[in-house]
Design a protein around this ligand. Structure first.
Ligand SMILES: *Cc1c(COP(=O)(O)O)cnc(C)c1O
Length: 396
């Protein structure tokens, strides 16, 4: 379909049609999986000419991607509202790739205190070893606060909104204004806000997605993406990916393409279910606070309303301070429909401890009681609530 018509369609329509280029291969609805390392050329000159354009979705060698990768790159760029996307093997690789691409020895990086744990670990181990210093800042910093954090050598302001496990919504436009006035790049882990937060419209330069989550949707693939909105940023990210040797399996990419077709309705159903469960939890005497950005009780709900068009199904629960960590563990262990495990975005509900598993160093660490992270899947809400009710009753 022509590009301009395409842009007027709704999200569900676009997710049905994006990345298929209107082409039916042998009449089939879905494009095939293209696997390959060697790409053959009719002549040395043809190979040289193709290689010169290898960052432009031109096939030269398996590591530079093939048609299956390029199809998903286009779909993710469309979801994020950016121009170009680079796929990598995991969400964590999508976090580390732009940090390596934009930082060099002697630079300073700013990361929110609520950043995804492995991103923090990357900064405090490898980045530190390479002579790059990271300061962890209060995620709720305002524009003036961000200006005060910037140093002459600050090159990257990393953001993640809402924060991992503790769900602080960041004022991304304010942070981006301060960073850009300083000449720093704004990187954002936008996994939670996939589709509902448009990073480039809010001042982000580089948007990171763990496609492992809602795009995959079935807890059976690992995949990440780095999306940008200028050719200059694309060259920086893509050439770094190429230099490091990043690659994503075409089979996983194909599964992500399939996941994308149903993602809009899964997201909508899971978001609605999570709000229902979150509201129910909020009313229980054993619960001190529910940290779900879509609830009016969330401390940054106003920013959520201003910048997001919706949410997803991952949120936090703070139990009353009279309970300890052992009670929280007993609560989780007593649930039968909630799996105990990492990751999220799949069709199954999950619950894991937050207390004892997160690091906070910018004075934002006291949440007033033991915390649990809940992911709501596609089960019946009544069954999930009945399960949680039994679990809370076990707390006494
Ligand atoms: C899961 C996650 C990642 C990493 O994704 P993987 O594919 O598991 O490596 C990155 N950021 C956030 C916010 C995540 O939740």
């Amino acid at each position: 379909m022509p590009d301009d018509t395409h842009r007027r369609h709704g999200f569900r329509t676009r997710m049905s049609h994006a990345g298929r280029a209107g082409v039916r291969i042998h009449g089939f609805v879905n494009p095939p999986v293209h696997r390959g390392s060697t790409v053959l050329f009719p002549s040395c000159e043809a190979r040289r000419a193709a290689s010169a354009r290898r960052f432009e979705q031109v096939m030269t060698y398996g590591t530079q991607g093939g048609p299956t990768h390029y199809a998903l790159e286009d779909v993710i760029a469309e979801i994020e509202g950016g121009s170009r996307c680079t796929l990598v093997g995991t969400g964590l690789a999508a976090v580390t790739l732009p940090l390596m691409a934009y930082l060099r020895t002697g630079d300073h990086c700013l990361m929110p205190d609520s950043v995804y744990g492995p991103a923090r670990a990357f900064a405090t181990t490898l980045l530190a070893r390479w002579g790059i210093e990271t300061t962890f800042y209060d995620p709720c910093v305002d524009e003036a606060g961000m200006r005060a954090l910037l140093r002459p050598n600050t090159k990257v302001v990393y953001t993640e909104s809402p924060g991992s496990h503790t769900f602080e919504i960041q004022d991304i436009p304010a942070i981006a204004r301060a960073a850009h006035a300083h000449g720093a790049k704004v990187l954002m882990d936008n996994t939670w806000g996939i589709h509902s937060f448009q990073p480039f419209a809010h001042g982000v330069d580089v948007s990171i997605q763990a496609l492992t989550k809602y795009v995959g949707g079935h807890s059976d693939i690992l995949l990440g993406s780095v999306t940008v909105n200028t050719e200059e940023d694309h060259l920086i990210v893509r050439s770094a990916a190429s230099a490091i040797g990043h690659y994503a399996s075409p089979d996983d990419v194909w599964l992500a393409l399939r996941g994308v077709r149903t993602m809009p309705i899964r997201l909508k159903a899971q978001e609605a279910a999570s709000i229902e469960v979150a509201r129910w939890l909020e009313a229980q005497p054993q619960v001190k606070q529910v940290l779900h950005p879509a609830l009016p009780s969330h401390p940054q709900h106003h920013l959520f309303l201003r910048d997001f068009t919706g949410g997803c199904s991952l949120f936090g629960v703070v139990l009353q301070p009279r309970y300890g960590e052992a009670d929280m563990v007993r609560f989780i262990d007593s649930l039968s429909l909630f799996g105990i495990g990492a990751s999220w975005g799949g069709y199954e509900s999950l619950a894991i401890p937050t207390t004892g598993f997160i690091t906070r160093t910018a004075g934002t660490g006291d949440y007033g009681g033991p915390m649990v992270r809940i992911h709501i899947g596609l089960e019946d809400v009544a069954d999930l609530i009945a399960d949680l009710e039994r679990g809370l009753a076990a707390l006494g």
